[in-house]
Write a protein of this length. Structure first.
Length: 240
């Protein structure tokens, strides 16, 4: 499988504090990669650096081309899109207007809009409603729908399940699975390691700004250290 995103030794610092300390990872075209780890591990800083919202050192190659000195808007135009943890919606604007902002680079916005509203029928019912009056789950749907209207090749999601009811989490991850079927690659930061490892092909455990473990999602789900720290369980082993 071809590599869509290759990150080598990326570092992000806030003054003298280094939040990301030399992380390297790959995202294959059409694949889902999960990043799990505790609060403060540098996961969100990593995604924001990849999106161009934070300065960083190291090498980021997307679709065979370096992203050095590539601003946020150019990365979005090339199909690299981030849905941030705080969603960054325009609270005083309507649902429809927020969605339109995601489609400003697309000529086929009407067709794409219909597709997004089919995925999230609740948004169709609330097109004229102000985004700030939506529930948390609806706001997450709106943030994800707005990102999809840019027709990304690589969609980065920062904590999509944070603060959401289990029923809404299942709906969000149903959409994530359907996106992979449409050929969208995903880089997913998620504290809910159990659900992240269920949907991912490959995963990285980030602790203290570094990659502590990596492997296929199945390998990490079966790892005793991951199970104890992030799955709230121990992995049973067959006696030798």
């Amino acid at each position: 499988m071809a590599t869509l995103l290759e990150v080598t030794d990326i570092r992000v610092a806030y003054g003298k504090v280094e939040a990301v300390r030399g992380i390297s990872l790959q995202v294959p075209a059409g694949g889902v990669v999960a990043i799990v780890g505790p609060n403060g591990a540098g996961k969100s800083s990593l995604l924001n650096a990849l999106a161009g919202a934070l300065p960083a050192s190291g090498e980021v190659v997307y679709d065979g081309r370096s992203l050095a000195r590539c601003p946020v808007e150019d990365r979005v135009a090339r199909g690299l899109c981030l849905v941030p943890e705080r969603r960054e919606l325009f609270a005083d604007m309507t649902v429809a207007d927020n969605l339109e902002l995601g489609a400003f680079l697309r000529r086929d916005r009407r067709e794409t809009m219909e597709w997004v509203l089919t995925i999230f029928p609740r948004l169709r019912e609330r097109l004229g409603q102000q985004a700030g009056t939506l529930s948390g789950g609806e706001q997450q749907m709106l943030a994800l729908g707005r990102a999809l209207l840019s027709q990304p090749r690589l969609l980065m999601l920062d904590e999509p399940s944070l603060g959401l009811a289990p029923l809404i989490v299942r709906e969000i991850f149903r959409v994530i699975r359907s996106l992979r079927e449409r050929g969208v690659s995903l880089l997913l930061v998620e504290q809910n390691a159990r659900v992240a490892l269920q949907v991912a092909d490959r995963a990285y455990v980030v602790e203290g700004g570094r990659v502590a473990l990596s492997g296929t999602a199945a390998e990490l789900a079966a790892d005793e250290r991951v199970a104890a720290a992030y799955l709230g369980a121990t992995v049973s082993r067959t006696p030798e």
